[in-house]
Ligand binder design. Sequence first.
Ligand code: MF3
Ligand code: CO
Ligand code: CO
Length: 257
Amino acid sequence: MSDIIIKTPEQIEGIRKSSQLAGQSLVMIEEFVKPGVSTEFLNARIEEFVRGHGAVPATIGYNGYPKATCISLNDVVCHGIPSDSQILKEGDILNIDVTTILNGYYGDTSKMYSVGEISEHASRLIKAAKHSLDLGIQQVKPGNYVGNIGFVIGRYAKAQKYSVVYEFCGHGVGLEFHEAPQVDHIARKNTGDIMQPGMTFTIEPMINEGRASTKVDREDGWTARTKDGKLSAQFEHTILVTDDGYEVLSDVSGDYR
Ligand code: MF3
Ligand code: CO
Ligand code: CO
């Protein structure tokens, strides 16, 4: 608890600007997501965009991670490494995750994309992952427990017959990439840290069609896949706890205002 940083108004403005840039990069890339395009092509467009706006991609060199984005296709839960040899095809679903460092401040956001026409079951999973994030966001207000984010997400996912990944979590963000608190996406009611105005953290639930368990690729040491090979979907925002609720710092759509 004591290691959770309460940000100053100046820091919040810096984190807001960085988060907005990360969010804008996810809008910019939309038109490039189509069959025949490589995940490295998408990565390169985002890297150019981020650097062109005076920011640095936070993932490059982070624990040795090589790229400006994580791009996670189909059964990949998170931390997919963009590659020239990975070519999008009709029916694929993918998450693109961007973390920017702008003037020293971190913003972290991700969303799902579909390639051409996707199956009914893939579409239903994507909608549930977005709704899971939104339910989590609605729990953000001073005095509430961080665990209640995971409580409502877990309850909803279970009702939808989906599972929630427990091996990767949301996190404090802003002055560093990964700060306290840890934000579990499946948790017991009224557990964990208490939210206070000025905290900034991500909520980024990974929702699986099948079982929750994941395995990390032995070759690259990063790519996390569902053990059962079924689909996974994720959306992420950077959130500020305000005096009476929340502000979605990485939202550029106006959906949360
Ligand atoms: N952006 C991811 C998150 O939401 C973290 C990626 S770390 C990396 O926390 F090293 F895999 F890039
Ligand atoms: Co994150
Ligand atoms: Co992220």
